[in-house]
Design a protein around this ligand. Structure first.
Ligand SMILES: [Mg+2]
Length: 388
């Protein structure tokens, strides 16, 4: 199985929302397609992938380094010698050839989005959903029949900061979600307090609302926010401070007894190990949100899972950041704790495949081969155009 062509483009996210750290009006993401020489049912096997939202597109890195490496690879370097099928675990060292360790920067997401497209192609070539391929290969054949999900939203919007949020929470709960994550720390404390209380009222309890500070709090404001949130018995308090400031993470964990969550902006197994060593997190309640696609894709994410388990944490405490279908497959196939999802079906990068429903805060993985983009029309409108 060989790679014949790789297509890549930058798509705008262009949303009028923001969190405490960034606005999304100028946000972009990469879309990738990998056409192979394999045919299934008369059609060529094409692997598709979309970036995780939030760190812009990676076109420069893809075009200058990673796509040329993959296109230059010999079949023997990227295919399983027994089955002849594309093996993304073999392709990963090809992508990482001549890359120094450490200093992950943006390259980890460029590798991650190509890795995701290779897994889509590999699962399609095998004729199975990606979650099934991952379960069989890395989880002893065991996959979850349903996946716990939560709605990721509650952004700051230009007007009506409280009323619109309550409506969003009500809408998500009516659609079957049990938990919604909202943004905090981007407005004065009295506004945040009003927003949190409106969200809790609309959701029916603090345990149904999580809050995300997007890493902007410091040594003074972090503990102050933790003290304010202690009033509400929330589902979790996410990314209170800079993800690499393990000392401050530990200080906040020492004064906040509820669940904390972090990790979406740490991109390697070494970073994950350091967070667990020095961040003061608690394996009985806290959540680890390393993003599969931002962390060099599945090969490095498997090393992260290993590091987490070696530190004595159950893998159910892993709830990857992302909100896209690729991560959903990884959660189901590896038996992780849950999945973030942007509930707006109009979003290309977020939403569920068309017609999928949420029941009791859980979703059953579908049976489409690969990641399942073919079941989401607005994603396929972007991805399908990449191969001309
Ligand atoms: Mg977050």
């Amino acid at each position: 199985m060989r790679i014949l062509e790789i297509g890549e483009t930058t798509i705008p996210v262009a949303a009028t929302m923001s969190n405490a750290a960034i606005g999304f009006d100028e946000m972009t993401a990469s879309a990738v397609a990998v056409r192979t020489d394999r045919r299934v049912g008369g059609a060529p096997v094409i692997g598709y992938a979309l970036d995780s939202v939030g760190r812009y597109a990676h076109g420069g890195l893809l075009r200058e380094r990673f796509i040329p490496r993959l296109e230059a690879a010999r079949e023997a370097e990227i295919a399983d010698p027994e089955t002849g099928l594309l093996d993304p675990m073999r392709a990963w060292p090809v992508l990482m050839r001549n890359e120094k360790p450490g200093g992950h920067g943006e390259r980890s997401a460029a590798v991650g989005v190509l890795d995701a497209a290779l897994w889509d192609a590999a699962a399609k070539a095998a004729g199975v959903p990606l979650w099934r391929l991952l379960a069989d290969r890395f989880n002893g054949g065991s996959a979850d029949e349903t996946v716990e999900i939560y709605a990721s939203g509650g952004h700051y919007r230009p007007d009506d900061p409280v009323g619109a949020l309550a409506g969003e929470v009500q809408d998500c709960m009516a659609r079957g979600f049990r938990t919604l994550k909202m943004k905090i720390a981007g407005a004065p404390p009295e506004i945040d307090r009003a927003r949190i209380e409106a969200a809790i009222d609309a959701a029916g309890g603090g345990g149904r609302i999580a809050v995300d500070a997007n890493a902007v709090l410091d040594r003074e404001s972090g503990p102050r926010m933790a003290a304010m949130l202690a009033d509400y018995d929330l589902a979790w308090f996410e990314e209170p401070c800079d993800p690499l400031d393990f000392d401050l993470t530990r200080e906040i964990a020492a004064v906040y007894s509820g669940p904390l969550a972090t990790g979406e902006n740490l991109f390697s197994a070494a970073d994950a190990r350091n967070l667990l060593r020095y961040g003061g997190l608690r394996k009985d309640r806290d959540l680890l949100q390393f993003d599969v696609s931002l962390s060099y894709g599945i090969p490095e994410y498997l090393r992260i899972v290993k590091a987490v388990e070696e530190a004595g944490w159950p893998r159910r405490r892993l709830v990857p950041h992302a909100g896209h279908l690729f991560a959903f497959n990884v959660v189901a196939g590896l038996g992780l704790g849950g999945h973030e999802i942007a509930p707006d079906a109009n979003l290309v990068l977020g939403g569920l495949p068309d017609g999928w429903t949420v029941d009791g805060g859980r979703v059953a993985p579908g049976e489409l081969p690969g990641v399942g983009f073919e079941g989401k029309a607005n994603a396929m409108a972007v991805l399908g155009a990449l191969m001309g």
